[in-house]
Design a binder for this molecule. Structure first.
Ligand SMILES: NC(=O)c1ccc[n+]([C@@H]2O[C@H](COP(=O)([O-])OP(=O)(O)OC[C@H]3O[C@@H](n4cnc5c(N)ncnc54)[C@H](OP(=O)(O)O)[C@@H]3O)[C@@H](O)[C@H]2O)c1
Length: 224
């Protein structure tokens, strides 16, 4: 979760240099205080961020948390489908709902024209694995639960972009690459540092023309 109250340094594992002369910072909302699909946790996280912002709006929300259950289509289960959908789709939807008042406030307070991540934005970490056109790495893992959830997250992103267009909130779905995380595994092509570096660079360049789109870590379009 990222915020930029005044350009001051707050709690910052990673500094973002965004366009518009501002310097937003990241706040990591930890697992204990933010179970993404639990309304009580979400409410508590929103209250904590509101307090930290000290009356300012929230410029940038990144919905990053997700899970995947290893499976084949033949072995897929109702439990997998429901759990993954709840975490990967319902979670980002509810978190976004809870933080929207703060993001709208940031948009209203910003002197910037148009849209940007240094003004007001929601970035949903999606996956090319959920691209209906590309179905990335299907031969390596069918993981239908995850693919379906990311396709749905992409639709959520599109809906958010339409619903928040008048509020000037930029909404983008982003594929971070195949990355060497717990989820991506050791065989993945990108190191975490490289992916994060490129994602931050791409985020800093997003503008109004990008809202409602699906892009990768380098800012290249990904087909739905
Ligand atoms: N790595 C890749 O190759 C790759 C490729 C395409 C897309 N992505 C996407 O990139 C994003 C980041 O993935 P990653 O590779 O960093 O995955 P990861 O290594 O599995 O980490 C996922 C993170 O999400 C958190 N999380 C999971 N369920 C949660 C919940 N209900 N509430 C709060 N936090 C929860 C986990 O917390 P705990 O550790 O506490 O469980 C963990 O910190 C995801 O949206 C993923 O779908 C990743």
């Amino acid at each position: 979760m990222c915020y930029h109250p005044t350009g001051r340094f707050l709690s910052c594992p990673c500094k973002l240099e965004l366009t518009g002369g501002s310097s937003p910072h990241l706040v990591d909302s930890n697992r204990q205080s933010s179970v993404v699909s639990d309304p009580t946790s979400i409410k508590a996280a929103a209250a904590r961020v509101t307090e930290q912002l000290g009356g300012s709006g929230l410029n940038l929300l990144i919905n990053n948390a997700a899970i995947a259950k290893v499976s084949t289509l033949a072995a897929e289960t109702r439990e997998n489908m429901m759990e993954v959908y709840e975490t990967n789709v319902v979670g980002p939807m509810m978190v976004s709902q809870a933080f929207t008042p703060l993001i709208k406030k940031a948009a209203q307070e910003s002197p910037q024209k148009g849209m940007s991540c240094s003004k007001a934005a929601i970035i949903n970490l999606s996956s090319e694995g959920g691209s209906i056109t590309n179905v990335l790495l299907f031969e390596s893992g069918q993981v239908v639960n995850y693919r379906c959830s990311k396709a749905a997250l992409n639709m959520l992103t599109k809906c958010q972009s339409l619903a928040y267009a008048e509020d000037k909130i930029l909404c983008v779905a982003m594929h971070p690459g195949w990355v060497q995380t717990d989820m991506g595994g050791a065989m993945a092509k990108l190191k975490v540092d490289q992916s994060v570096h490129d994602i931050l660079n791409t985020i800093s360049k997003l503008s109004e023309k990008d809202t409602g789109t699906f892009v990768n870590w380098e800012g290249k379009p990904v087909p739905w």
